[in-house]
Design a protein around this ligand. Structure first.
Ligand code: DON
Length: 566
């Protein structure tokens, strides 16, 4: 009896010692990288450990994602950076794709004047001029520590492309799911289809991509927008009716834009302005919600979801009319993000009944195709925070690889409003503000966001993938953290709802609403629809009591948390 008592104590001591060693080894106070790929997150941590800052790390992670996360991590697409530097500067960089000079407003309408979804999403015409390489190189040049060379930053990505990386369950599943679509394009087929189905543990080698990355390491921007890679992109376009020309590639340049900034209670919210609608809408919706006592409302209660839906309805109605590329359209950001405007719009919300969305024509909600964007972020010990959301638009973009260059092309041109009032792939409608024009950037929903506390210290970076659902997901995560006191991982896990003015519906994740809440919302005249796929997928980092906590959405991942800390 005595001996077994002793043994139990030894066992408990051993467990305690192991736990302590584990805790110390992942002290979590030095830095964190959150992304959809563990390999890419570890690349970022490695750069931090070599003395790089958050900007060096996010660029290295971004290029690694181009290899290890082909459905969304990309050099054939574009995105946005929102950052806050250790010395207190807020930065946003727009490296969104641009419409080629040969594009025109009706390019996705057929002879009957109807929007042709297949051309808009699956043809070479669907590609905008890629911005990612230009954007990542600019971030490194302007904000990197200068301690690491471009070659050093790109070395891990080149290594994984050249020698291969081990495919996880999520990636294998995704490759298999898209097998038929990959088969339609010779370049894509060569890389992403193998004789048998993909399984967890297989290795994928991408030699052409390695060559393209080496050209970037050697020649910087010119390694992509000029020379061999540019030739291959233009050849791919010319053979397949695409519009991107050599001059389009030469002209591409990413742009620093003023981030949109708002306050929510005693926090500062910094997010992406146009050509993304995300930041303006999140701040507008927070300004509305600030007038209510959210702390006393249970998350996903009838009262909460009703208020959220009415708030989203107003914001998305503004999105359709007011927002577009700031180089082409005057965006009323000051109005949309002002507390007064929120108060004025608030009068349209009744807590007793749903206000029907206007009766104008709306797009059909396309719930079939899975969607792919990715958000990744880095926080370092010095206080630098950088978050990037980047996309090819849908999963694997238009599923066309630039033959010989090894990367997939985006189908971002569908984010424009091809026909007034007709929904795009995300059911989002728009008008003149977001009509196609040469050199214009399509309106986005990507919402990389940073939160500062009342001492102006960055405490949170978060963003998401999921088209129109990104904005409402980020909003709900912010409310869960700032009002309901959840940590980022729980906040991301909490089931979500989504609505966007048109279609006039609340989409809900299965676990989000009880039968009783659904019934009560119906009694308030809401129409509800179970979401056929997840309401966005979010990643982020929170700094709490000196430790970095990572959030990595389990939606869409079969491999658990893909973030890394040290
Ligand atoms: O920029 C946008 O809003 C869309 N192209 C994003 C697409 C997206 O998030 C798909 N992903 N999961």
């Amino acid at each position: 009896m005595k001996n077994s008592y002793k043994n139990l104590i030894y066992l408990l001591l051993a467990i305690f010692a192991t736990w302590q060693a584990w805790e110390l080894s992942r002290d979590n106070t030095n830095g964190a990288v959150s992304s959809t790929s563990k390999i890419a997150s570890d690349v970022g941590i490695d750069i931090l450990q070599q003395g790089g800052n958050a900007f060096d790390a996010i660029v290295a992670t971004g290029f690694a994602l181009a290899v290890t996360s082909p459905s969304n991590g990309n050099i054939g697409g574009g995105g946005f950076l929102v950052a806050h530097t250790a010395d207190g500067k807020s930065v946003s960089l727009d490296f969104r794709e641009k419409a080629p000079r040969l594009s025109y407003q009706q390019m996705f309408l057929n002879e009957n004047g109807d929007y042709d979804r297949t051309v808009a999403l699956e043809s070479h015409k669907s590609s905008g001029v890629p911005g990612t390489v230009n954007g990542l190189l600019k971030i490194l040049n302007d904000y990197g520590s200068g301690k690491l060379t471009l070659e050093e930053i790109l070395a891990p990505a080149i290594h994984y492309a050249e020698n291969g990386f081990i495919v996880n369950t999520t990636t294998a599943y995704s490759f298999n799911a898209y097998r038929d679509q990959f088969g339609k394009d010779d370049g894509t087929k060569k890389i992403f289809i193998k004789e048998n189905e993909w399984t967890n543990g297989d290795v994928i080698v991408q030699k052409d991509l390695a060559k393209t990355l080496r050209l970037i390491a050697q020649f910087g921007n010119k390694g992509f927008y000029e020379g061999e890679t540019a030739d291959l992109i233009v050849e791919e376009m010319n053979k397949n009716g695409g519009l991107i020309t050599k001059q389009d590639l030469l002209d591409y340049d990413s742009v620093y834009r003023a981030p949109v900034v708002g306050t929510y209670k005693d926090h500062t919210i910094i997010s992406m302005g146009p050509p993304s609608s995300g930041g303006a809408l999140v701040i507008q919706m927070l300004n509305t919600l600030e007038n209510f006592d959210l702390k006393s409302m249970k998350r996903n209660s009838t009262e909460f979801v009703h208020l959220l839906t009415e708030t989203q309805r107003l914001a998305y109605a503004d999105r359709a009319t007011h927002l577009g590329d700031p180089d082409f359209w005057n965006n009323p950001i000051e109005m949309l993000t002002s507390k007064e405007y929120a108060k004025e719009r608030l009068t349209l919300i009744s807590m007793n009944t749903a206000t029907p969305s206007s009766e104008i024509a709306h797009g059909t909600w396309k719930d079939k195709e899975s969607v792919e964007t990715t958000h990744y972020s880095v926080m370092d010990k010095k206080g630098n925070v950088a978050g990037i959301t980047t996309t090819l638009n849908l999963s694997y973009g238009n599923k066309k690889v630039v033959d010989g260059a090894g990367f997939l092309l985006n189908n971002e041109m569908d984010d424009f409003s091809s026909k007034p009032g007709v929904g795009n792939a995300f059911g989002l409608i728009g008008f003149d503000a977001n009509a196609i024009q040469p050199f214009k950037r399509p309106l986005s929903s990507m919402t990389p966001t940073i939160v500062l506390n009342s001492n102006n210290e960055a405490i949170l970076t978060v963003g998401a993938a999921g088209g129109a659902r990104i904005i409402t997901a980020v909003l709900q995560i912010l409310v869960s953290i700032l009002d309901h006191g959840l940590e980022i991982d729980e906040a991301i896990d909490t089931p979500r709802t989504h609505s966007q003015w048109l279609p006039d519906q609340i989409f809900y994740e299965k676990e989000s609403l009880s039968k009783k809440t659904i019934q009560e919302l119906k009694e308030l005249n809401h129409t509800l629809e179970p979401a056929k796929y997840s309401i966005a997928r979010s990643h982020g980092i929170q700094l709490k009591n000196g430790k970095f906590i990572t959030g990595s959405d389990k939606r869409g991942s079969r491999d658990g948390n893909q973030a890394s800390t040290y």
